[in-house]
Design a protein. Structure first.
Length: 241
């Protein structure tokens, strides 16, 4: 029990640390690919398996009760692979190269943590951090960043009481910054949740939960692919979309 509670609290802490303030989507505008550029892609650590979260179970006893109540489905979730989404992310390089961009993957975890604040008028088209500090580090014109807050299954709670059935969930952000001006070329918040159709309480394989999870992956893959299309309709996918 103690181990499960510690793990659950760790997951919640990680998710909170990665969270950013809500921001309107910014679609890639026409003309982006007119001039070849060097693009660096940075992806934060990517989980090999899915996990289950229970947001809303906020107190320690609530978390413990939710962990016990969802032990079976949580264990099943850990057996689900994230490979399909990982492949889609890696495919971003080919998409950019096909359009004439010079692309390289980079590991800039430490420099990203040291970015200064962006001292400029607070406009929606600019990040709060100054990414221009990374231009010489990555030797590129543009930086694309993709990070996932959660890949797996989510069941919402109000303290002790579940307020939803388990649902497939993928959340994260895909964005691209001009390292000369610090302006966003692209900002795509990913918020996908797919409810289970029918009864989800079918251990040990939980087929309904599994289907909802992989449907969430498919929708995330499509959104990531569409994000690099000029004037793509970047949507904030909500529950059931």
């Amino acid at each position: 029990m103690k181990t499960k509670l510690i793990l659950l609290l760790t997951f919640i802490a990680i998710g909170t640390g990665c969270a950013t303030a809500p921001r309107d989507p910014i679609a890639l505008t026409n003309g982006y690919y007119d001039e070849p550029a060097r693009v660096a892609i940075y992806q934060k650590s990517f989980p090999e398996t899915a996990r289950m979260t229970m947001p809303g179970a906020s107190c320690l006893l609530c978390l413990a009760a939710a962990a016990v109540a969802n032990d079976a489905v949580s264990g099943h979730t850990k057996t689900l692979s994230t490979d399909e989404l990982s492949i889609a992310v890696k495919g971003l390089q080919g998409t950019l190269e096909e359009r004439g961009m010079d692309v390289e993957w980079v590991n800039i975890e430490e420099p990203m943590q040291r970015l200064p604040k962006f001292k400029s008028p607070k406009e929606s088209g600019y990040p709060k951090k100054d990414y221009r500090a990374l231009r010489e580090v990555v030797d590129a014109d543009h930086l694309m960043v993709i990070e996932f807050g959660h890949i797996g299954v989510e069941r919402t709670y109000s303290n002790y009481v579940p307020t939803s059935s388990p649902q497939g969930a993928v959340t994260g952000t895909l964005y691209m910054v001009d390292l000369n001006t610090n302006e966003y070329y692209l900002f795509d918040p990913i918020h996908i949740r797919v409810p289970v159709e029918g009864d989800w309480k079918e251990p040990p394989s939980f087929p309904g939960v599994t289907m909802a999870y992989f449907e969430a992956l498919e929708r995330a893959k499509l959104e990531i692919s569409n994000a690099l299309v000029e004037e793509a309709p970047v949507e904030v996918a909500g529950e059931g979309t």
